[in-house]
Write a protein of this length. Sequence first.
Length: 530
Amino acid sequence: MYIRTLFILFMVLMTFSSAMAQSTTRCVNPVIWADVPDPDLIRVGDDFYLVSTTMHLMPAVPIMHSKDLVNWETISYVCPKITDTPLYDLEGGSVYGRGQWATSLRYHKGTFYLLFSPNDQPWRSFIYTTKDPKGEWQLQCRTTHFHDASLFIDDDDRVYVFYGTGEVVELNKDFTGVKEGGLRARVFQRDASETGLLEGSRVIKKDGKYYLIMISWPQGGKRRQVCYRSEKIEGPYEKSVILLDNFKGFGYVGQGTVVDDANGNWYGMIFQDRGGIGRVLTLSPVTWKDGWPMIGDTEGRVPHSFDVPLKPAKPEHGIVGSDDFSGKTLRKEWQWNHNPINAMWSLTERPGWLRLKTSKVVESLFTAPNTLTQRMTGPESEGTVCVDFSHLHDGDVCGLSAFNGDSGILSVVQEGKTRKLILSFESVLLTDREKAVTEVKKEVVATVPLKGEKVWLRVHGDFNLGKDLATFSYSLDGKKFQSLGKPFKMRFDYRRFFMGTKFALFCYATKQSGGWADFDDFIFEETVKK
């Protein structure tokens, strides 16, 4: 009887342990080791929705979804193009480092609302709405520009935008612009410890109090996450530091928001600057102490790993991935550099291949239309693609790049009747206002003569601490790869592209339009697991 009782107890414990294991998801930080800056995160029922900045990349405003806060999938984009100015078409300049950024996402009474303020000319904000975040979004209105804004809908349905350094303005309840005679105020003044802007506004309300979460750079200090709180929306507000940590020796973590799950647990989703890969996302538990949302573990730091008490739910696709180009549309992991010219690319003219056609004549990759990009991931990742270059014209250039303001570029170049594979390191200089290209500094690192019609190109990225190195290789049969040139140092530069380095597929003309290149089977791999 005693042995039987022990056996039953053992089986109950095993069942309980198994159930607990299945109901938790292991988070290893960074939870998304890829360029996902300026996050806003909301929960609707058991679903989490995340929005991030992708600036000059199109379609604009990626909406990501998760059930467990760890595994994410891009489910839609808010707008296919932005057409207010020809700069988005790389005409008269560019919107490098501008475009869509610092987007705010909210849900209220069955409708999703989204606001973003492109930092180009003329300055303005867009407000979009939808009933279904996987479907189409509708433009509600254009209104005043709000820097790093946060939409907020109060319990009485009044609508506000927090922006800048502690500024708030009331909108019409139907989200059609600023309310005449509504609240307009600066809710706090910087204290003596702060210097410059406090940015990245995110607002929540809990237990009747308003919480405004921001980043700051204190005098002589490090980037940190701060929180202002008040019992009234117009203030007065008091402040507390809720996170100060240079997780894993990279830049100090800062800018994001907090969210709860359906069981009342709280989490902080905050990004961290990590050089060449851009700004990655960290996920941390949140503990409410004396009414403040303290982000991090028991020592107030971003944990290397922890168990999220939500059932694991890994989607079929993520935010990065391979593509054999056999679908009717491009997968949602891809974005174009600026607005695409839709007539100049195809998935149907050669089924199973992506065809990129040359259009206007340009001088470099930085002004080339229809460059297709996808995030890299850390700690290491690589992209491989087969390129059929048999229909290039004299002066055409196609290939694969580690693409940023400083780019490492594997190019197939047509010169008369000969073709060469060239590895070059190129750096672009831009004007301050129009972001027009004024100069491209180019170093040719290696050259290989090409015969035949196809070549396989590969870019490998190493984003471990102190690395940020891209290496390059090629193959003539898709099996045996040959290293080419030397490592390329990837860089993050907020004055130019303001984004992490991306994989990029391209084909452009330097002499005449009419040629094209076909791309087959882009293979993305995380070559070293976290």
